[in-house]
Structures are given as structure tokens and as C-alpha cells.
Write a protein that binds this ligand. Structure first.
Ligand SMILES: C[S@@+](CC[C@H](N)C(=O)[O-])C[C@H]1O[C@@H](n2cnc3c(N)ncnc32)[C@H](O)[C@@H]1O
Length: 201
């Protein structure tokens, strides 16, 4: 046993690489995951709902997209495949998650368009056309709010953020909190107990 959480910076848990297979928008993905990262054994059901229900970026999307809390990189890989002209920033505090995402970006042929970074390593002048996140709820509400207050303002003026949160983990209270902060928040979809929120200025 170790004291690792999925958001531990440098997990001590044994890696045990494994393959995770899923399909989104008619495309099959086989990615590498491992111990010490979030949902190591399968595509998280919340992430699956997000990728099924939110509007994937169209193929002509340019500019930068952000996968906030990339884990082993499923959202990053789907965004990179959907928008081959965009750059995808994959950000996570967990070093192993970043390594896996970089390897998975290479597996889907997008290594040259995926920038994997720790939060402090994203240049301050990058703004995002879209922000996607299955955010870390287990870090606690204060930390979650700090994270969103840090990254949402980096959306371009006409940018959109797509978030998925389980209702029983506070999806509806997050919706209210974001609205209280002045964001336009729409419950875009609700499936299997997950809320998909569309957030704009
Ligand atoms: C719920 S997991 C989602 C992982 C991945 N996107 C997926 O769908 O499988 C949230 C991720 O956020 C990361 N995280 C936690 N705190 C963070 C922070 N302050 N900034 C960026 N990422 C963070 C965690 O390490 C974790 O990988």
C-alpha cells in the first residue's frame, strides 16, 4: 500500500501498464494506462459521457484546446483526433499521467500537436478556444474551485468549456457555483448520473 491518490505528483504505486480500449465518434482508441493515475483500468464512465454528449471540436478548429487534468490522456487523444489543426494542451499535476498522455498522443499520431505540461509550465499568453475537463473532485471543493478560477479565465472571449461531474459528487452545486461566479452555465446533458456542463462567458 502507498498513500497515493490519483492526483499525487509523483506516484509511488507500481506502474503496471495496461491497455484501455474505447470508441468515440466512430473511431477506436487503444491507449496505455497504468497504476497511480485516475481510472487506470478503463475509460472512466464520466469521461465516456462527456465524450459522447459534448460537442467535439469540428475538424477545422484551429488554435489551442485545453484538457485540464488529463490523466492518461483519453480526452486529449479524442480532441487531437477530432481537430487535426488544433494544438491540445494536456495539463496534469501527476507526472505519470503526463508521461502516459505524451505516449498516448504519439500512439494516435498527434505527438507534434499535443503539449503535455504541469500547470505552472503552460505559457501565460496561451488562450484556449475550448477547455475540457473531468475535474478532480477528490481534491476537495476549495482546490477544485481554485483550479477552475485559474483556468476558465484563460478561455478566449468566444471560448467554451465542457465539464463532466457526477451528480452525487456535486455536479449541481458546481453548476450553481459557476453561475454565481458570473459564468453562463448550461446543463447540456445528463446521463447515468453525470452532468455535462457547457460553460461560456
Ligand atoms: C477525474 S481525473 C480525470 C483524468 C482524465 N481526464 C480522464 O478522463 O480519465 C482528474 C485529473 O486531474 C488531475 N489534477 C488534480 N489536481 C489538478 C490541478 N490542480 N491541476 C491540473 N490537474 C489536476 C488529477 O491528477 C487527475 O489526473
Amino acid at each position: 500500500m502507498t498513500g497515493d491518490h490519483y492526483f499525487t505528483a509523483e506516484p509511488a504505486t507500481a506502474a503496471h501498464p495496461r491497455e484501455v480500449e474505447f470508441a468515440v465518434a466512430g473511431r477506436d482508441y487503444t491507449l496505455t494506462s497504468s497504476g497511480g493515475v485516475f481510472s487506470a483500468a478503463r475509460l472512466d464512465p464520466g469521461t465516456a459521457v462527456l465524450l459522447r454528449k459534448a460537442e467535439l471540436p469540428p475538424a477545422d478548429t484551429a488554435g489551442a484546446l485545453l484538457d485540464l487534468g488529463c490523466g492518461f490522456g483519453p480526452i486529449t487523444c479524442v480532441l487531437a483526433a477530432s481537430a487535426p489543426s488544433a494544438t491540445v494542451w494536456a495539463v496534469d499535476v501527476n507526472e505519470r499521467a503526463r508521461e502516459l498522455t505524451a505516449a498516448n498522443a504519439a500512439r494516435v499520431g498527434a505527438a507534434d500537436r499535443v503539449r503535455v505540461a504541469a500547470p505552472d509550465d503552460v505559457p501565460a499568453d496561451v488562450t484556449f478556444a475550448q477547455l475540457w475537463s473531468n475535474p478532480p473532485i477528490r481534491v476537495g471543493k476549495d482546490e477544485l474551485h481554485r483550479m477552475l478560477l485559474r483556468w476558465l479565465p484563460r478561455l478566449a472571449p468566444d471560448g467554451v468549456a465542457w465539464l463532466v461531474v457526477a451528480r452525487h459528487l456535486g455536479g449541481d452545486s458546481l453548476h450553481r457555483w459557476l453561475a454565481d461566479q458570473g459564468w453562463q452555465v448550461e446543463r447540456h446533458a445528463s446521463q447515468k448520473g453525470y452532468r455535462v456542463l457547457r460553460v461560456t462567458r
